[in-house]
Design a binder for this molecule. Structure first.
Ligand code: ACM
Length: 262
């Protein structure tokens, strides 16, 4: 299985530019799964709920149509972040899309910082979607700091976690080594670069997108300050076996009765 990412330099509010950039980066890429960053078409640093709502889309909007078209070219599925509108609510969402259309949508469960002012927290259960025999789970950026997110996806059978990000803190890439090791899953962390100084925020996005293997090995690490794409071939079946030696199985050995259930 070939998995990869596009690390973009998203321009705030310029969907057309951002689509063209992603299409250009991926024009010669063939892959089973490509991950694009969180909110890759809109930018991240909104100044009001109205501004975010003005860039929001439903599932038949231009961003997911763009991903569908791109899937025809890459020959696999893609996932990318978008501002999702449902009724009067907006969510920080990520869609998994094939050339036939939307397979599934994830709504960010753990909102970061001022995102809480614009977005409704995710209200859908975590899910692992089966695509050509491989189970793909989604999580978004700050979800990494809640180990329950990746653990739940692993318990649902995810082999690969598609992790779209707009990272501003320096810890995630190291943490993903542990997230993958403790769950024996692969993860693609697709980050962006650039700076957004808007409203009360001044964010520099940290690049260094990463593909992490089931054993914690870093298979791909992007530069911190330029657009980049990479793909790697993985033995995805390694994620299906949670045994780490003759006696230990990472999921079966959990002592659930002694864990807090809150
Ligand atoms: C983040 O969750 N975008 C930091």
């Amino acid at each position: 299985m070939i998995i990869g990412y596009a690390q973009t330099a998203t321009r705030f509010g310029e969907k057309e530019f951002n689509f063209n950039q992603a299409a250009e980066l991926l024009k010669d890429v063939k892959a089973d799964l490509i991950v694009l960053p969180e909110l890759f078409a809109t930018g991240y640093t909104f100044v009001s709920r109205e501004e975010a709502a003005g860039l929001a889309e439903e599932l038949d909007g231009p961003t997911l149509l763009f991903l569908k078209g791109l899937a025809q070219k890459t020959g696999g599925v893609l996932t990318g972040g978008f501002v999702e509108k449902e009724g009067t609510k907006i969510y920080n969402s990520q869609a998994l899309v094939s050339e036939r259309g939307v397979i599934g949508v994830y709504r960010k469960l753990h909102l970061f910082n001022r995102e809480k002012l614009w977005f409704t927290p995710g209200n859908l259960p975590l899910k692992a979607y089966r695509v050509k025999g491989v189970k793909i789970g989604m999580m978004i950026c700050f979800d990494w700091i809640f180990p329950e997110t990746a653990r739940t996806l692993a318990l649902l059978g995810a082999d690969v976690i598609a992790h779209g990000t707009n990272l501003v803190l320096p810890y995630c890439q190291k943490a993903m080594v542990t997230r993958c090791l403790e769950n024996r899953v692969f993860a693609v962390t697709a980050n962006r670069i650039g700076r957004e100084k808007r409203g009360g925020d001044d964010f520099t996005f940290t690049g260094a997108s990463q593909i992490t293997a089931f054993n914690g090995e870093v298979l791909s690490s992007a530069p911190e300050n330029r657009v980049f794409i990479d793909t790697v071939e993985i033995e995805v079946e390694k994620a299906g076996d949670k045994r780490i030696n003759e006696f230990n199985d990472l999921l079966a050995d959990r002592r659930k009765k002694y864990y807090f259930n809150t």
